[in-house]
Ligand binder design. Sequence first.
Ligand SMILES: Cc1cc2nc3c(=O)[nH]c(=O)nc-3n(C[C@H](O)[C@H](O)[C@H](O)COP(=O)(O)OP(=O)(O)OC[C@H]3O[C@@H](n4cnc5c(N)ncnc54)[C@H](O)[C@@H]3O)c2cc1C
Ligand code: SF4
Ligand code: SF4
Length: 413
Amino acid sequence: MSTAKTLHDVVAHGLCIGCGLCEAMAGSDRIRMTMTEEGRLRPALSPLPAEDEARILEVCPGARVSAAVDPGAEIDPIWGAYRDLKMAWSGDPEIRHKAATGGVLTGLAAYLVENGRAAFVLHVGPDPDAPMRSTWRLSRDRTEILAGTASRYGPTSTLAGLEVALRCAEPFVLIGKPCDIGAARRLAKLDVRVDRYCVAMLTLICGGASELTKSRDVLREEGLSESELSLFRYRGYGNPGPTRIETKDGRWFERSYAEMWADESGWKLQTRCKICPDAIGEAADIVSGDAWPGGGPTGEDEGFNVVIARTARGARMLDAAAAAGSLVLGTPVGPRDLDGFQPHQVRKKKAVAARYAAMRALGRPDLETEGLRISELAVERPLADLLREGRGTVRRIKQGRMDEPVPSLDGDR
Ligand SMILES: Cc1cc2nc3c(=O)[nH]c(=O)nc-3n(C[C@H](O)[C@H](O)[C@H](O)COP(=O)(O)OP(=O)(O)OC[C@H]3O[C@@H](n4cnc5c(N)ncnc54)[C@H](O)[C@@H]3O)c2cc1C
Ligand code: SF4
Ligand code: SF4
């Protein structure tokens, strides 16, 4: 077995991350992103002509994942291509404070729009009618971009908005998770509009997207229902800032980052995240991440991102935004500093090949990867570790924990 042969198989085998690109490509009358009872955004499918489905499977991050290496970039075995690697934060104190970390992604996007290099940003933000959930949006000015700032840790379908963005026929910035950006970059090979109109692909370093059940658990513990909410902010207003919930009748609740995330067993990560070969944005122009030594915060600070400019275009954008005062560039760092900031990413990059081997051994589809070095990195781990990874995946498959119901447009599952 290799990659999934149908979108049904992508979803059924737990390989879908809910990016929404299949909806954008097929049209919402044929595929529509749906929140499942399990708290995942998944495509509700209807039968497609074989050539349409094959075209989607070429780009679907539940089937294929590739790096987009800019010739001339240095290549680190763990972190991939980079032209520039340093600390950075927004030069705008409001953005820096409200953003997830130092506001690099928001600050850069706002700079590109305010300077006429882009007409809008395709990204995500809270659903105005259901603030615990997230929706894609096109933001055309600083206020709108800022309304979508900071991390949304639950399910998001950023790319469901990609066809709308491309039809605007205007230059735009795409901000998404690494899996979103990888899929958009693959689409550029099939659809010339992507390179014509998308002037920047920006991403975050990603520890994984939780199911909505993670947020529902928080509400249950506070004795709240989703219909009472006026705000659900996962992070920001400080670095990392608290998770804050407000109700329509004026009550508020806060949890620290540690209370939300210290216990990894409660993250409720989606299956695709556990086998992610590129959670570090190897197809992006610029990657923005946290820079906490050891991988977690020890308190609050003003917000310091680590940024990776992977392409010449990305490096030029960073410099131009800094020259305009929109970003502040700090000290250069090296790939081994990144290992220290993101030890979980180093572990995952070296683990996924063993997980794929276990999936193949049980006749399950895995992901086709290109330029991500996962086999080379796996051999750096002791054999006992690789066997443990493989056994863990076998156990999950046998317990049915990688199987998912598949929604369909007529409501059957
Ligand atoms: C699910 C998830 C897991 C993460 N795991 C890590 C990690 O392991 N290591 C690490 O260093 N950082 C992680 N982060 C990223 C971190 O929280 C910061 O977002 C990152 O450092 C960028 O900071 P910033 O201040 O530049 O971003 P901001 O200026 O606040 O901008 C964030 C941008 O990202 C977009 N965005 C937010 N959430 C999502 C989402 N779910 N899907 C698509 N777009 C989104 C927003 O629309 C906004 O445009 C994670 C973020 C998310 C959403
Ligand atoms: S990963 Fe994205 S493109 Fe693939 S099936 Fe899921 S939502 Fe569709
Ligand atoms: S861990 Fe990978 S699959 Fe999961 S949300 Fe992050 S980039 Fe996407």
